[in-house]
Ligand binder design. Structure first.
Ligand code: ATP
Ligand code: ZN
Length: 301
């Protein structure tokens, strides 16, 4: 199973699993591709069903005010996507149309709206938790399309993709045990689908010189783990599930307090639905009819 990204993408497009849009990393999902994502979504839901997480769905944006408070721009300015809008009158509208007609840049007159594209499914939840947590903390189940400005010919690096996450908020102890439970569960889930998953310590793609220190710190303290699965290459497997322990980062920023005092700790486990679907198509072939029956049954595809 060694293919270049372009070869694999070509096969996915030929099989109508992904439909190109003309922009790298933005695809339509064919019926069969979508069915696998939905099956995986159900599998993630079932796996966490006994934990009592509160299920919440946000639209794929965060407010600009909360985005600014989250400090995302300190670490990942290059990945952010801000939504702009037109607020002009007739005169500005005429000007915009003139520029369009001349193929000039028409976007200069736009202004930022109050929303920014969600970079990770868990981001909208933290600002809602300001105040004192109940004893034992809280659990959430969130899912969202997420945006990251990282155009690529690698089908596994999309600009818009879905992340189904469980989030734990509470004392350092409960948050750490949550992460351990999901590390084991996630590995078993992927292996049950015939995928070769292994856990590795990882770091986020922090921006710039200061970012290199943040990345080293994250790695040294083992704050991020990934479940790596071969998609195009066995030597360079792809992160399909990620565990992030934020320590008290969001607790501090959004004033989330433990009942006994002190900022709450948070962690999340994120299942990348498209990446897992891609790993399955790479492993079992682009025709679901030829997949192992047990895998088809598990995902109901
Ligand atoms: P990478 O290191 O590959 O950029 P990540 O570890 O930064 O990914 P997270 O930010 O932890 O990813 O996101 C959680 C999950 O979302 C990942 O495990 C992956 O399955 C999925 N994901 C992240 N980035 C992308 C992308 N560009 N396209 C598709 N899925 C993605
Ligand atoms: Zn998260």
């Amino acid at each position: 199973m060694s293919a270049t990204h372009e070869e694999f993408l070509g096969r996915l497009i030929a099989a109508r699993l992904l439909i190109p849009s003309g922009v790298e990393g933005v695809y339509g999902r064919g019926d069969r591709f979508e069915a696998v994502c939905e099956g995986m979504d159900r599998y993630v839901t079932q796996a966490g069903a006994g934990d009592g997480a509160e299920r919440i769905r946000f639209p794929p944006v965060v407010t600009r005010a909360n985005f600014e408070r989250s400090e995302y721009l300190k670490s990942f300015p290059d990945l952010a996507g801000v939504v702009y809008g037109f607020t002009g009158k007739d005169r500005e509208h005429q000007e915009l149309l003139r520029k369009l007609e001349r193929h000039e840049d028409w976007t200069g007159g736009l202004v930022p709206t109050d929303v920014v594209m969600t970079p990770a499914a868990c981001y909208p939840i933290y600002p809602t938790l300001s105040g004192v947590l109940p004893p034992g903390g809280r659990r959430f189940d969130v899912l969202s399309y997420c945006f990251r400005h990282e155009p690529s010919s690698d089908p596994a690096r999309m600009q818009l993709f879905r992340m189904h996450e469980y989030v734990r908020v509470g004392s350092p102890d409960v948050v750490r045990s949550f992460r351990n439970v999901w590390q084991e569960r996630g590995t078993e889930m992927l292996r049950s689908l015939g995928l070769e998953a292994r856990v590795d310590v990882a770091h986020d793609p922090f921006f710039g010189r200061a970012g290199r220190m943040l990345a080293a710190n994250q790695r040294d303290q083992s704050l991020k783990f990934e479940l790596l699965v071969p998609i195009c290459s066995a030597e360079k497997p792809t992160a399909c599930v990620s565990f992030n322990y934020h320590q008290d980062h969001f607790g501090q920023l959004f004033g989330i307090h433990l009942p006994g005092g002190g900022p709450a700790h948070t962690a999340c486990v994120g299942f990348g639905l498209e990446r897992i679907a891609l790993a399955l198509f790479a492993r079992h072939g682009t025709s679901i009819d030829n997949w192992p029956v047990a895998v088809r049954r598990m995902l109901d595809v």
